[in-house]
Design a protein around this ligand. Structure first.
Ligand code: HSE
Length: 297
């Protein structure tokens, strides 16, 4: 038995919701072909030459599958072939796509025996391999679609939210920012006045999503805690954000742990103008980049 899954990219944090909010993109997607084996073995292969760790325990798709076979105690295993369209290290949930895609395919091949929450629990083992910590703000939107709120990961409490009809423009400057490094530089203590602003924005963002109030969504895309630190790792960030807002974007910021930056727009026309601003900045800075326009899916 085998199946093919398409695992989408995701934007974690949504600016103010560090580790608790994420959205699912309509593109790019990884393609994964997964085969059920009749021995207790996990094999993960790259279909397009992108180097992947051979040891499944060190692989973001392999680690969750090892957990699955550990738990079910049957004589089965999986072989996974990955077509990696979502560049690792780009900040749009590449590791989450591999992890979630592998789990969703395994669940299908095993007769849909796991709930969505259980699939997220397994997929988080892949995130642990990638960044050293379990976080669900990429794997949850990857599995649920739309926007997800992760109220808690222990115990897991996921609240799927409706997807507003917005365009997402993404720029991926070709610089390397490892999630583990981007987490290591964060402060462990925050000032109460910043925490209050952040709570206001998170509440405003969730209210805006539920009410489909795009202006409120835009106003709430502010981050007083993480962005001031992480943006130092991304050349041109402040100017790019300012220019994209002037071009009509509702708001945006660092996608996940970066280096990609995302901006939300109401219309495709604005999303294209925003993309042009992004291209201008990185052309001037002589940093190679890649841009694309997607939708919340
Ligand atoms: N919430 C995580 C972080 C997402 O910002 O570190 C990483 O993709």
């Amino acid at each position: 038995k085998s199946c093919t899954v398409y695992a989408p990219g995701t934007v974690a944090n949504l600016v103010c919701g560090f580790d608790i909010l994420g959205l699912c993109l309509s593109s790019p997607t990884d393609k994964m072909e997964v085969k059920l084996l009749n021995e207790r073995k996990i094999i993960v292969k790259s279909a397009d030459g992108y180097p992947l760790p051979e040891d499944p325990a060190l692989n973001t798709a392999g680690a969750p599958l090892l957990e699955i076979i550990k738990d079910i105690n049957e004589n089965i295993g999986f072989e996974v072939l990955i077509y990696k369209n979502i560049k690792p290290g780009s900040g749009v949930g590449s590791s989450a796509a591999s992890a979630a895609g592998a789990v969703v395919a395994a669940n299908h091949l095993l007769g849909n025996r796991f709930s969505k929450e259980q699939q997220i629990q397994y997929a988080m083992f892949g995130e642990k391999v990638a960044s050293g910590v379990k976080h669900a703000d990429n794997v949850a939107p990857c599995i649920y679609g739309g926007i997800t709120l992760i109220r808690s990961i222990n115990p897991l409490d996921i609240i799927p939210l409706p997807a507003p009809d917005l365009y997402v423009t993404v720029v991926h400057p070709q610089i390397e920012v490892r999630t583990a490094d981007a987490r290591a530089i964060l402060k462990h203590q925050i000032e109460l006045k910043n925490a209050i602003k952040q709570w206001g924005n998170i509440a405003g963002l969730v209210a805006g999503i539920l009410k489909n109030d795009v202006e409120l969504i835009g106003r709430s895309l502010e981050d007083h805690i993480i962005e001031p630190i992480r943006s130092q790792l991304i050349p041109g960030f402040a100017e790019l954000k300012q220019n994209c807002l002037s071009a009509g974007a509702l708001g945006g910021g660092i996608s996940g742990s970066g280096p990609s930056i995302f901006m939300l727009s109401k219309t495709e026309e604005t999303a294209i103008k925003v993309e042009a601003e992004m291209q201008k900045i990185y052309t001037n800075l002589q940093v190679d980049y890649h841009t694309y326009i997607s939708k919340i899916n």
